[in-house]
Ligand binder design. Structure first.
Ligand code: HEM
Length: 381
């Protein structure tokens, strides 16, 4: 992660020296792609500096679909046409990717890495792919109370696993590894870069918050510490800024959904067993019933835990199926923000009129572009 952030700082330095405004979401997309390919698959790519990266082009196309697309709109409005619309959508992105279906292309790349790991034992690395290749999965969870689980809570995981006796396990199949790796590649790339783009925009717009953050970073450095894994997680103001940014602009707005396991009656609302309930994350984050003056960017509202029963602040979902990469994403985003603010002052670009243009994609809400200007900070101040 550190080496990728170092490359990003070089890219930003070049942009700052040019003195021109530029679009920073693209820079963050390249960073998160670099981080996920390195940490999950042990692959070194040139994605941050190669403007023509085919890996990035294919991944961007996968996320291209949004509710403004006529094909998607028709598919959603007329369920009978859904299959045809989906095929048409795949055809469109295949043509845009020079005739290569982007999903197939990325899966083929992952398979290649797996084959290499299997055929060259020395190629073994300390990364997610290797963990999956070496891991066994529990196939009989009948004795396991999975309702207690929460991604990232390893203590809880150990205690729940300890409850199982005679558990059956097997190795993950290649198809399972490819599918999981593909999901992690996409999840690790789009979401974190979106969170970073929104945070950069909010910091550019709210110079007072940027100044407070810089102050916190400077104090850490003055204490002789570095911006790294062990320290960024202990910066309370940085944590508040990221939390508030993800409240105002949750990158993933339509992904936290659950099937009702039984009939439920909430006041006038009846939810029958089997119905799929979608959490309207953006609406909940902007509901004045839960947040005072919800449209105001105020990191200090996270000085105390939000009084929300745990289910009205959902940037990473909730419960046993919450975001698997939450801590990874928070660490990556905090490192990227802290290093950027330490080196540069972020200002809004001329093209970036006051409000952001946001595209409503199938799962995410993404900025159409975040135009900023960077001013290098004097190292001695
Ligand atoms: C700021 C960044 C991120 C945001 C906002 C985000 C958000 C989410 C949300 C809302 C969910 C659904 C949770 C639920 O239904 O309760 C989810 C699931 C998931 N996320 Fe993330 N995510 C982020 C980064 C990542 C990263 C970096 C990875 C992988 C390295 C990742 C992997 C996953 C996976 C595998 C799931 C599915 C979990 C399951 O179904 O059990 N996410 N994420």
């Amino acid at each position: 992660m550190n080496s990728s952030i170092h490359v990003m700082l070089e890219v930003l330095q070049e942009r700052a020296e040019k003195g021109e405004e530029f679009e920073i979401f693209d820079v963050f997309q390249r960073l998160t792609m670099d981080v996920i390919t390195k940490t999950a698959f042990g692959i070194q790519t040139d994605v941050q500096k190669n403007s023509k990266s085919s890996l990035l082009a294919a991944t961007k196309l996968i996320f291209r679909t949004n509710y403004n697309d006529a094909v998607i709109f028709i598919g959603l409005a007329f369920p009978l046409l859904r299959k045809v619309c989906l095929r048409l959508q795949v055809l469109i992105i295949t043509l845009l990717n020079k005739g290569r279906p982007p999903h197939t292309m990325l899966r083929a790349g992952i398979k290649k890495v797996i084959q290499m790991r299997k055929s060259i034992p020395q190629a073994k690395k300390n990364d997610l792919l290797q963990l999956m290749l070496d891991s066994s999965i529990v196939t009989d969870t009948s004795e396991m109370d999975i309702s207690k689980l929460e991604a990232g809570n390893t203590e809880m995981e150990k205690s729940v696993q300890g409850e199982i006796t005679n558990k059956k396990s097997r190795m993950m199949s290649e198809a399972e590894i490819v599918a999981s790796a593909f999901a992690v590649l996409l999840a690790g790339y789009e979401t974190t870069s979106t969170a970073l783009a929104y945070t950069a925009y909010l910091l550019a717009k709210h110079q007072d918050v940027q100044d407070n953050l810089l102050q916190e970073i400077k104090e850490l450095i003055e204490r002789g510490q570095k911006l790294e894994y062990a320290t960024v997680n202990k910066l309370p103001y940085l944590d508040k800024v990221l939390s508030e940014s993800m409240r105002i602009h949750p990158p993933v707005h339509l992904f936290t959904n659950r099937y009702a396991l039984e009939d439920v009656q909430y006041g006038d609302i009846h939810i029958p067993k089997g119905m799929l309930i979608q959490a309207p994350v953006h609406l909940m984050h902007h509901d004045p019933e839960f947040w005072s003056e919800p449209e105001i960017f105020d990191p200090e509202r996270f000085s105390s835990k939000p009084n929300t029963d745990g289910v009205t602040y959902l940037p990473f979902g909730v419960g046993p199926r919450n975001c698997l990469g939450m801590r990874f994403a928070q660490l990556e985003a905090k490192l990227a923000i802290a290093h950027t603010i330490n080196k540069f002052c972020i200002k809004l670009g001329e093209k970036q009129k006051d409000e952001l243009n946001i595209l409503c994609r199938l799962r995410t809400l993404t900025p159409k572009g975040v135009y900023i200007r960077l001013e290098a900070r004097n190292e001695n101040t």
